[in-house]
Design a protein around this ligand. Sequence first.
Ligand SMILES: [Zn+2]
Ligand SMILES: [Zn+2]
Length: 556
Amino acid sequence: MARPDEFTFAPLGGVGEIGMNLSIYGLGNRHQRSWLAVDLGVSFGDEEHLPGIDLIMPDVRFLEKEKKNLVGLVLTHAHEDHFGAIIDLWPKLGCPIYATKFSASLFAAKLAAERTTLKIPITEVPSGGTIDLGPFSVEFIPVAHSIPESHALAIRTSVGTVLHTGDWKIDPTPVVGPPTDEARLRQLGDEGVLALIGDSTNAVRDGRSPSEAEVAVSLAGLIKSAKGRVAVTTFASNVGRIRAVADAAKAAGREVVLVGRAMDRVAQVARETGHLDGVQSFRGPEYYGHFPPDKVLALCTGSQGEPRAALARIAKDDHPEITLNKGDCVIFSSRTIPGNEKSVGSIINGLVTQGIDVITDRDHLVHVSGHPRRDELREMISWVRPQLLIPVHGEALHLNEHAKLARQMGVPKVMTCRNGNLIRLGPGDPAVIDQLPSGRLYKDGTILEQDTSRAVVERRKMAFAGCAFVALALTETGELADDPEVDLVGMPENNTAGEPLEDIVFDAVVSTVEGLPRARRRDPDAVAESVRRTVRSIVQAEWGKKPLCTVHVLTV
Ligand SMILES: [Zn+2]
Ligand SMILES: [Zn+2]
């Protein structure tokens, strides 16, 4: 007798962290499953812990192995934490990709900006539409979020239906696009939902997230009352915010100048897909200087303090076209993502020092989150009435709070999980039935590396304590053929007594080699190891830090 089909779910990224979302759904049994992937996003590295790593991506080893059973990749929306890894990882998977128009167009624009000849086709699905992919039927249900065309996915199978919420909030007036489709979600609840896999980002925050329309009103007031030049920075992908700023500028008689490539790209895609219909046309930065200060507004990238983005350059007075003076105003219509506080802080301080008025969400309603707070989570649960709820898209605390809230709401089964857990959603009681290979990949320059790679560990050590290079040549009988070469990189020149560290290390190297028994001196590896230990400990004694040390021994 054939085994009954199971409906399974596994997060391969995005659980226990905010970023690099990748979820997979399986239908079949332990011998043969079809897989559907949802989203393929990145996380951003932070300089201190991961020097030189800009992007972190989910390890897709498992999907690569199951490639022939992978029916497709479906995108909920076009935020980097949901679609930023496609260009790097899709070549390993080669599956069809499905998304609605805005996400597909933004992806095409992003791909075109890369120096690649890679062709990655995305099949467009209408918002509200349904596609059949192998044993899965996937319906794109519109939800409000901080980018156009975010969708919850209703994934229907012979075993039952899952609602994968993606990123969402309940915003009755989202400025761009329709509000969250409550009626459709209620209908889904009436049909019966086996499991809700849901956004936990704001599960620790009480109440409801304010509406984008409230932010628009607040921005309009601030821009109207500004006397000098105004610069606004926001996430380029937040088209609702771009629209709110543009409308506020128009009401205040100001032209909008777009500054930064990401802003140009999103604005262009938003125009093409109708999300900026009726909005005044934007101008390039070259026009900025043509208008009187109270007739212009610069909309800039760089809200996270990115050093190469427009705002950082403006703050340093290093932008070829955009300048600000005492009495001008900069509005941060954004939230500082944890890890970026220092860079954003230094930009704000730079602006304040120049006498520029800085407005942030600390003092005015100039930003709202795109994720649901607790009352919104409760509402979603009451519409969908799932048998099982699994919190995702959050750190441990967020997942746990979402789970507790679901239990309080009387959801019959609530499960928390980790990346790599393969969970049977049904039939029968939900359970973790396997552990799939999962992990993180680092984008290091142009190379993708496992997170166990030595490169980052060594760079971190080097950043902290430098590196000592020693080269020495030994004769056949084990005598030093010449003076050893010593190079200390990233270390102070002298110790506290003023003696050159290089001389101290040199003497230590010579006496170590000469002090080794003759038999040992004929073994270059043994010599290298002894010298390495000596160098590290002598530098520690002199400096209080242990550097990396590389020793080359040649026999002549
Ligand atoms: Zn997200
Ligand atoms: Zn998002």
